[in-house]
Ligand binder design. Structure first.
Ligand code: SPV
Ligand code: MG
Length: 431
């Protein structure tokens, strides 16, 4: 008997999936692949259930003869193992980022005389409703909050992109590309103090208060499902920090990163060019402990950011602080540097990993930007934050567009460089 194979990434079965199975039955024995959790994440389909639950769900569909786990989104493992006579898929993967997978699968299956069957993708009100319900479930605070901890376990390195508005949040949420033969996406959002302040035309000196920061966070929360890490500056007074921890935790933010500075905080990229004061180890430990004490869930993370390398206090000071802050309960350590060369970051990570195997390490490779995620991961880094690139990308184009319109007394000259609005609003969901 011939075998017909299909791969699912869903946590909820709708008419579209049932239609695939009905069609598959006409060709032979039906085998369904459950795409593995790490591959689903790269695919931008974060799971709401475990792989075991997915397998059980697919097994319960009438007409399914066997369920296997598919480890590679390019189907190579299942093709090698099962050699299906037919692979069946909805025709929706002919366009967009998935199309390269389709090309690969088609060539692979045809190489041994198999056939790719494509059925019209079912997109009706019921399917739309299920999609919406799934993403709304992921957006709920209890799901979103714990997602950062889950990602640290599931991803070789968690990739976080800066967002300072609903629209930039949507870019982080929805951008999927082909990279090294597989799809990939960002895992979450960084609400940077620098970008949040700059977007308001204000300096990055803790002037934009927590109420305003929460408005930015709310705008992002409204339209996305991915986890949020807040740049919490110094955390402010400990007496205030505890209230902010509660607010952030309740709203579904996954982590706050606070830096060990006191007094008038300036952006770290200024280094020692401006006066900045580092907090004492003891004071900062007290702040971390106070924050950890008021948390109501185990999900929320308080990450301690060490400014010793920025303020040229030396590697030993950075390491002493990292150990002390982890001992005070910090759920992660962010080490910052403004050197172009990643050597001091590598040295810190290697030495810290000798002392502490598990506390997650976070880095922000703005200055040392030639380093790859893989290199950082090989030194024990768990989270990489691209802290300001979206804002820096938009700003020069906005300025040159304004200049061009002023010079030409009309907008025609700039139009060919601009994205049509209909392409931008494609990002925006309609309920
Ligand atoms: C921010 O993005 O606001 C940061 C990271 O704190 S940095 O600008 O590199 O200090
Ligand atoms: Mg900042």
């Amino acid at each position: 008997m011939k075998t017909c194979y299909t791969c699912f990434t869903t946590d909820v079965i709708h008419e579209g999936h049932l239609n695939i199975i009905e069609n598959a039955k006409k060709y032979g024995r039906v085998v369904v692949g459950a795409l593995s959790i790490p591959e689903s994440i790269r695919y931008n389909k974060f799971p709401t259930v475990s792989i075991e639950e997915r397998i059980a769900l697919y097994r319960s569909i009438p007409g399914v003869d066997e369920v296997v786990v598919q480890e590679d989104m390019g189907y190579t493992d299942v093709i090698e193992k099962i050699h299906p006579d037919y692979i069946i898929h909805g025709d929706n993967w002919k366009e967009g980022p998935e199309s390269f997978i389709r090309e690969k699968v088609k060539a692979l299956v045809e190489s041994y005389g198999g056939e790719l069957i494509e059925v019209p993708y079912t997109y009706n009100e019921q399917v739309r409703k299920v999609d919406r319900q799934l993403s709304e479930k992921l957006a709920m605070p209890e799901f979103r909050r714990k997602r950062l901890r889950q990602l640290i376990e599931m991803r070789p390195v968690v990739k976080i992109m800066e967002a300072h508005s609903g629209l930039t949040g949507l870019i982080c949420e929805k951008t999927v590309v082909e990279s090294d033969g597989r799809l990939d996406q960002f895992d979450g959002m960084w609400v940077s103090s620098l970008c949040d302040s700059t977007d308001r035309g204000k300096p990055d000196i803790e002037l934009v208060d927590m109420t305003s920061r929460m408005r930015t966070i709310d705008d992002i929360l409204e339209v996305t499902t991915k986890p949020i890490i807040l740049d919490g500056d110094t955390g402010g007074l400990t007496e205030h920090f505890v209230y902010n921890v509660r607010t952030l935790e309740r709203s579904g933010v996954s982590a706050v990163i606070i830096e060990d500075k006191v007094g008038l905080k300036k952006n770290s990229l200024f280094g020692t060019e401006v006066k900045q004061t580092q907090d004492s180890i003891e004071n900062f430990q007290t702040k971390i402990r106070a924050g950890k004490n008021v948390q109501l869930t185990d999900d929320f993370m308080i990450i301690a950011r060490i400014e010793s390398l920025i303020l040229e206090q030396g590697m030993n000071d950075a390491l002493t602080r990292a150990e002390a802050f982890a001992a005070a309960g910090a759920d992660g350590i962010m080490i910052h540097s403004r050197k172009k060369d990643p050597a001091e970051i590598f040295e810190f990570c290697d030495k810290f990993r000798e002392l502490d195997k598990h506390t997650p390490i976070v880095v922000v490779p703005t200055s040392f930007n030639s380093v790859t995620e893989e290199e950082l991961s090989s030194h024990g880094v768990n989270i990489v934050i691209y802290a300001n690139q979206l804002m820096r990308a938009a700003f020069p184009v906005m300025v040159s567009t304004a200049e061009e319109i002023l010079k030409n007394h009309r907008a025609m000259e700039v139009d060919s460089k601009l994205m049509p609005f209909k392409d931008i609003i494609r990002l925006i969901d309609e309920l």
